[in-house]
Ligand binder design. Structure first.
Ligand code: MN
Length: 427
């Protein structure tokens, strides 16, 4: 099925600002609460939210095999499970309905009242019920920086790193949408020079600049997904701030890896941008440094040129951009991650989420965590209000943004923005 929704020449009868992340070529999917307190699946063009449940009820998806209630749900899981053919047909139809040349809905005030919402009339929810969350560790710059800081600059990468897309199973119960604040976690740490651990608030709360992909039902128990099919099972991507407590992490992570240092919160952007929408922005992945096993070898462009940016906004002050990175720096791409994840026969379901790992670039201002940007706190960052940051302070808001741009068309993710609050106190 052609991707007619991606036609770069199409304009919409809905207003779209020139620098919007959401032109008619994007058509992302999300879940929101409307002004009437109804939860629905929707999309967005410019600053207009579109209720797909209402659009479907009013007949605008006629001819596409969809169940009556497919969009009248509080998660996208069932729609995602319908598969790529359906996602494409729906995006193509939405593009048609909102095309500047199409008057059908444009001239129907009654229908528009039921379908269209201003952004201040809706509240974005978590787009999927995430059954399982896996986080990879796929940026060579990040793995090298962390290995250099904590182990040995000469052997920064562990022997497996160039052969395996390293990952761990995370916790999905604490994945939250943009806008929900996060409490500073408490836990065990081993202070420098101490002989016994102490309990208290983490002193080193950090962000991790990541992206994550959302999958559809992909395989049966025991069945690996071949790498050349892997992208068929990827619905789309979101921005991910994988909050981390570095002092807790340092004490707990050997021998089984991250645990409470990561599971207190992971924030995601609410609109899932489809892999189909990102098609024009494919680029080559970095060349493998060492030969990779057959099941990880791929052909063609499997990375995406997505500009990423992180800001810190102190309480009552201006935003400070602290990092500019790019998704294309990932050494291991999504197809490799999914092929590796399933090579042992582990099933992947609709709504599963796979984090990329911190996305650091090659330069000091492109690192994807405060740990790296301030080099363990040795080089604090100056904020515009005169304060300094080694890690994240209480009441700081961390904002991540991402977009692609080529030949005048910009496809973006909006933002994931979350404020760090002091430790939780039961009132
Ligand atoms: Mn992470």
């Amino acid at each position: 099925m052609p991707l007619s929704a991606n036609n770069p020449d199409r304009t919409s009868w809905l207003h779209v600002d020139k620098n919007s992340d959401f032109p008619i070529q994007n058509i992302p999917f999300g879940v929101f609460l409307t002004r009437n307190d109804i939860i629905t699946i929707g999309t967005r063009i410019g600053d207009t939210a579109i209720d797909l449940g209402a659009l479907h009820q009013l007949g605008y998806f006629e001819g596409i095999p969809l169940t009556d209630d497919i969009f009248l749900q509080d998660t996208l899981n069932d729609f995602i499970a319908d598969g790529r053919k359906t996602w494409r047909a729906v995006r193509n139809r939405i593009a048609q309905v909102f095309d500047a040349e199409n008057d059908l809905l444009r001239n129907n005030t009654k229908h528009k009242e039921a379908i269209l919402f201003r952004l201040d009339e809706i509240e974005m929810q978590l787009p999927v019920q995430i059954g399982d969350y896996t986080d990879f560790y796929s940026s060579i710059e990040h793995a090298t920086n962390v290995g250099t800081m904590f182990r040995d600059p000469e052997n920064a990468l562990l022997p497996n790193w160039l052969h395996i897309p390293v990952g761990y199973h995370g916790r999905s119960s604490s994945i939250i949408p943009s806008g929900i604040p996060v409490h500073r976690p408490q836990g065990q740490t081993m202070p420098h020079g101490a002989k016994t651990p102490v309990f208290g608030p983490s002193k080193l709360v950090d962000f991790e600049l990541e992206m994550a992909f959302i999958t559809t039902d992909a395989n049966d128990l025991g069945e690996p997904i071949p790498i050349e099919e892997a992208e068929e099972y990827i619905f789309g991507l979101v921005l991910l701030n994988d909050w981390s407590a570095r002092d807790i992490q340092k004490w707990e992570y050997v021998p089984l890896g991250p645990f409470l240092a990561k599971s207190f919160a992971s924030s995601i952007s609410p609109w899932i941008v489809t892999l189909d929408a990102l098609e024009p922005y494919r680029v080559n992945s970095p060349k493998p440094i060492k030969p990779q096993l057959d099941y990880l070898q791929y052909k063609g462009k499997k990375s995406y040129d997505i500009h990423l940016e992180v800001s810190i906004q102190p309480k009552g002050a201006k935003e400070n951009v602290v990092s500019k990175s790019n998704f294309k720096y990932m050494y291991w791409n999504m197809a490799q991650q999914l092929a590796h994840h399933t090579v042992n026969g582990c099933p992947v379901n609709s709504g599963d989420m796979m984090g990329s790992g911190t996305i650091s670039g090659p330069t000091e201002n492109s690192y994807g965590s405060m740990l790296e940007l301030t080099w363990k706190g040795e080089k604090p960052l100056k904020m515009k209000d005169g304060s300094e940051r080694k890690f994240i302070n209480d009441y700081d808001t961390v904002i991540m943004r991402g977009h692609c741009e080529k030949d005048g068309t910009r496809i973006g993710f909006g933002e994931v923005s979350s404020k760090l609050l002091p430790i939780y106190n039961k009132k």
